[in-house]
Design a protein around this ligand. Structure first.
Ligand SMILES: Cc1cc2nc3c(=O)[nH]c(=O)nc-3n(C[C@H](O)[C@H](O)[C@H](O)COP(=O)(O)OP(=O)(O)OC[C@H]3O[C@@H](n4cnc5c(N)ncnc54)[C@H](O)[C@@H]3O)c2cc1C
Length: 431
């Protein structure tokens, strides 16, 4: 009988229960819930992605063991368009028929059950894809990078955070010196950049004058260029995700790779924040669904005191609460995604600054609520599985671990509250 997670250590969960915890059954539980929320078309897109994940897992004998490299999966998923579906990508001849934030939600729901660390890695690539999509201006070098990333040929990364500038992201210390030929020379340090040690393409911010947000610029970097130095930062809660610390030393960015020159960087940084935070929210509810699926199936199969533990109210009422919180937040996010997609269509794929700014508060609300949700749900669902929830026989421990990271990435919990309080203040002022 095939174990969910092949490991060199002893098997803690019996064969019968492990079999019940299969990807197919976990999808089955989640889909039974989502079918009331989603249209037939949305369900059919979700089913198609799930089918791909199940086949990929089976055909490649993926066990999700500690030794497996999640970066090996990306070309196959990219080929199917499952690394990123935010856009149609007709400029690189992908022409996805189904795209947008709503499809990203469906993609995340499928991938989080398949492998939560892999989903996090793909979504960090999406953060590099979005700015290139918005600012490629049909320059062939930028389109080449876009195609590499969307098709999974190479992972990408976004470089905002610096060792001394985390939450205060606009006062950067990394400098960019403009040259006469339109190129820039970059110097400085970056840190905590997801995928950076494995990435071929990076999108980075730097400032012509240190600590001056008005002088920020945005660049596309090929990590093979001279002046790129990267070491891995090890984050034990995401042991398969490679996170980087970079030293940029006289790194020359040719003119055609400048996505936004001096003065454009701040605007570019802010335009990316709404989709970035919603994507994290989507990732977080998807993790919560994956954790509840494990918890519920396990609680119905595991017996103590001669009966399934689901028959004890301490277990069933806790699961009911986690379920209610996850389901209702999914409804909210789905509504946000649908309305965002509608606005994008109405505005021809580019939101005006005023519309984008109006969504900043909602994006922070969802990021804040979803990060809290996944932290609570993954912990409690693992708890329901007792010792089995902490061992390495299932993906539950991966979910538990990555859920701990979510309140920090994409702006910490306090920063989301800070943004929300600022928006509350401006609403009152406008009355
Ligand atoms: C696993 C992981 C992946 C990441 N991936 C990326 C990536 O791909 N690209 C990238 O650029 N960055 C990435 N980051 C960086 C992440 O965005 C930052 O860690 C985050 O913004 C916080 O910055 P910091 O770590 O410097 O903390 P600090 O900014 O030093 O904050 C420390 C504490 O102070 C609090 N604080 C700071 N300012 C305020 C305030 N005004 N009010 C109240 N509280 C405040 C914070 O909430 C936090 O609790 C990643 C981080 C991690 C851990």
């Amino acid at each position: 009988m095939k174990k969910m997670q092949k490991t060199k250590y002893a098997q803690a969960i019996n064969d019968e229960i492990l079999e019940k915890l299969s990807l197919k059954n976990r999808y089955g539980f989640m889909n039974a819930n989502l079918s009331t929320l989603m249209s037939e078309k949305q369900m059919s897109i979700l089913n198609k992605i799930q089918e791909f994940c199940m086949n990929y897992e089976k055909e490649n004998n993926i066990t999700h063991s500690a030794e497996e490299d999640i970066y090996d999966y990306i070309p196959a998923f990219g080929k199917e368009g499952y690394v990123c579906r935010v856009h149609k990508f007709d400029e690189i001849d992908m022409n996805f028929q189904d795209f947008g934030l709503t499809v990203e939600l469906l993609r995340s729901l499928a991938l989080s059950q398949f492998d939560p660390q892999f989903l996090m890695m793909c979504n960090a690539t999406v953060l590099a894809i979005n700015p290139i999509k918005h600012h490629h201006d049909n320059v062939p070098a930028r389109l080449e990078a876009l195609k590499d990333l969307v098709t999974g040929k190479a992972p990408g990364c976004i470089m905002i955070t610096e060792p001394e500038r985390g939450s205060d992201a606009t006062h950067q210390l990394t400098t960019c010196d403009p040259q006469e030929d339109g190129s820039y020379v970059l110097n400085g340090d970056k840190i905590f950049n997801t995928n950076a040690p494995k990435a071929k393409w990076a999108v980075a911010y730097a400032s012509e004058v240190q600590n001056n947000p008005g002088k920020l610029a945005q660049f596309l970097i090929n990590t093979e260029w001279e002046g790129w130095n990267c070491e891995r930062v090890y984050v034990p809660w995401g042991p398969k995700i490679h996170i980087g610390k970079e030293k940029l030393v006289n790194l020359k960015v040719p003119k055609e790779y400048v996505l936004g020159g001096t003065g454009k960087g701040r605007e570019h940084l802010f335009e990316g924040l709404v989709p970035e935070r919603i994507m994290i929210g989507i990732e977080n509810v998807s993790e919560a669904w994956a954790a509840i699926s494990y918890g519920l199936i396990y609680a119905n199969a595991r017996k103590q005191f001669n009966t399934p533990i689901m028959n004890f109210q301490g277990v069933s009422l806790l699961l009911s609460e986690l379920w209610a919180r996850t389901n209702s937040l999914t409804y909210g996010l789905m509504k946000f995604c649908e309305s965002y997609d509608e606005k994008m269509e109405n505005y021809g794929g580019e939101l005006p600054g005023s519309v984008s700014r109006a969504l900043v508060g909602s994006a922070s609300q969802f990021k804040y609520m979803a990060a809290t949700l996944t932290k609570d749900v993954c912990y409690e669902a693992a708890n329901i599985m007792g010792g089995a929830g902490l061992g390495d026989n299932t993906l539950m421990h991966d979910l538990l671990n990555v859920s701990r990271i979510q309140e920090i990435v994409g702006g910490s919990r306090q920063i989301q509250l800070y943004i929300m309080s600022g928006q509350l203040g401006s609403i009152v002022k406008g009355l």
